[in-house]
Design a protein around this ligand. Structure first.
Ligand code: MSP
Length: 528
């Protein structure tokens, strides 16, 4: 039986500057979802890439005295390095300067032109270069770009137009028949109220006053508008239209993950283009919130603290990935601060999880260094903790399916705190003093080891090294690679009692060393 497929994408990033923690946020979320689906046995394709054409890239490259191609080639190396460092383990990386993408975009334009969905005209209006967006006078907010608030330029140029207005009714149907097409639902309402209700105008889809873009085959003086070029990546990366093997296997996308400001492009313009091409529509567009930095949207000018490489170096990848997905509910904006990251790492990771593991391993090592005895005297309280772990499976899966990452982690941490409380209630250090309590002690420590085994699996989509470190200390990996693989599987975490009596725990280093908050804040001031 063939496996169910799952195709997830991130936006393709502008390589105009180094990426910051706000960009990493989206990629870590997509990667976590891809890892989760792989664990669930799906045939996953996770796509990311870079959006390399357009006026902004051309301008930045020239400012640095480079040809645009040379400039983007250099930037892409850095972006790929960052994803490697952060274990953003994509299956495909598309660059809009890839020849296969260029050819696909040209083919798309020819199809749209031939079927009458593109016509020639003159564009007169406003243009926001940082957002690469056209705006009409009435859409501007106080004369500025409604998306980013920056100044816009008056533009008049020959342009081809896409008949977006023709697809308005079908888009309305899409939104009304598929209430989960856009999530969170508040973003669907924004699209309906701000655009569909107001009415859609035809969209300028070519530029002619600069040259860094894909030339249109039917008019070599015009280049494709960068957003149509960019959106096409989701199908060109799968080989559309010339080598459709991957396309047939993975399209339509199960989810396009995007930041809220580019929702309009993904949930209105992109579906309309697909309708014009007679292709199936993506199943979902999920618009996540922004990480704000001291009240404003992040940018590189805010300094080192937003550089993900520095954050990984100082606090570790797993703490950073955990923080990003635990601290901010995924659909909403959140205020980023390094102080909050350190506090989370100290409280949730060093205290709750790290201490639980080290206490349990130390107590088992002390009382059962050769493994657990067969006789265990289980009590009601053990069954309660195990029952909570069983309930956690359902919660984790339910929240994952809705991409509610913070709630997935919250449910796992409820179990972790309960396990810490369970230690206080069962007082294993007292049981350890008396030989007659030995089978009761074995039951308590076994229950804890078995919960930790399951927690390690649930954490594995989020964290890269921690689950393996936990299995090592719990003595699971030393039992052989087959056992290790078996007990790393998602299914194994749904079952209780798979921890084995003959596993020999091994004391190890603290998995999340405590960070001295005050000293670190001082060190950071010097760094900026
Ligand atoms: N190139 C376009 C996307 C084309 S997709 C067909 C683009 N690039 S971008 O580099 O400006 O942004 C890429 C993504 O990063 C967007 O989804 C954007 O929302 C996200 N983020 C940029 N800054 C962010 C934060 N501060 N916080 C969260 N996400 C942020 O748009």
């Amino acid at each position: 039986m063939s496996r169910e497929k799952f195709y997830i994408t991130t936006p393709i990033y502008y390589p105009s500057d180094d990426l910051h923690i706000g960009h990493a946020y989206c990629s870590v979320a997509a990667d976590t979802m891809a890892k989760y689906k792989r664990l669930r046995g799906y045939d996953v394709f996770f796509l990311t890439g870079t959006d390399e054409h357009g006026q902004k890239i051309e301008e930045v490259a020239r400012e640095r005295g480079l040809e645009p191609q040379e400039f983007v080639d250099r930037m892409v190396v850095k972006i790929k390095d960052l994803w490697k460092l952060m274990h953003v383990d994509y299956d495909g990386f598309i660059r809009t300067t890839d020849p296969k993408h260029v050819k696909a975009v040209q083919d798309i334009f020819v199809r749209l032109h031939e079927n009458g969905d593109i016509y020639e005209g003159v564009y007169e209006g406003w243009y926001c270069t940082p957002c690469e967006s056209f705006w009409t006078e009435s859409q501007l907010v106080d004369g500025m770009c409604p998306d980013c608030g920056r100044p816009v330029e008056k533009t008049r140029e020959k342009s081809y137009f896409f008949r977006l207005s023709k697809y308005e009714d079908r888009l309305r149907e899409l939104f009304s028949e598929h209430s989960d097409f856009v999530e969170p639902v508040s973003r669907a309402h924004e699209m309906i109220n701000n655009f569909l209700e107001v009415g859609l105008e035809d969209l300028a889809v070519s530029r002619s006053n600069f040259s860094w873009g894909i030339p249109l085959p039917f008019d070599e003086e015009s280049i494709a508008y960068v957003w149509v070029d960019a959106l096409s990546n989701y199908i060109s990366a799968l080989g559309y239209p010339f080598d459709p093997e991957l396309f047939d296997r993975y399209w339509p996308a199960d989810v396009h993950l995007v930041g809220k400001e580019i929702m309009r492009f993904h949930s209105l313009i992109w579906p309309a283009i697909l309708m014009a091409l007679d292709l199936p529509l993506p199943k979902k567009v999920f618009g996540h919130g922004w990480l704000l930095f001291e009240g404003g949207k992040m940018s590189k000018s805010k300094g080192n603290v937003v550089d993900p490489t520095i954050l990984v170096e100082r606090y570790g990848l797993d703490a950073l990935r955990y923080f990003l997905l635990r601290e901010f509910p995924f659909g909403s904006d959140g205020n980023y601060s390094t102080e909050a990251l350190i506090k989370r790492s100290n409280s949730d990771l060093s205290n709750d999880l790290g201490n639980l593991l080290s206490r349990v391993v130390a107590m088992i090592k002390q009382s059962f260094p050769e493994g657990f005895p067969a006789e265990k005297d289980f009590a009601e309280i053990d069954a309660e903790l195990t029952a909570l772990a069983d309930e956690t499976v359902t919660k984790v899966e339910r929240h994952f399916e809705k991409m509610e990452f913070s709630l997935v982690l919250e449910s796992i941490w409820r179990l972790i705190s309960q396990s810490n409380k369970y230690i206080d209630l069962t007082t294993p250090w007292i049981l350890a003093k008396e030989e007659k309590s030995r089978s009761r002690l074995a039951a308590v420590l076994y229950t804890l080891a078995d919960v930790l085994r399951r927690v390690a699996v649930w954490l594995s989509p989020f964290m890269v090294d921690t689950p393996a470190k936990m299995r090592e200390q719990l003595g699971i990996s030393a039992a052989g690679s087959e056992t290790d693989a078996e007990l790393s599987s998602w299914e194994s975490a749904a079952e209780s009692g798979l921890y084995r009596d003959d596993f020999i725990v091994q004391k190890g280093q603290a998995i999340f060393p405590r960070i001295d908050l005050e000293a670190e804040m001082k060190a950071l001031e010097k760094l900026d």
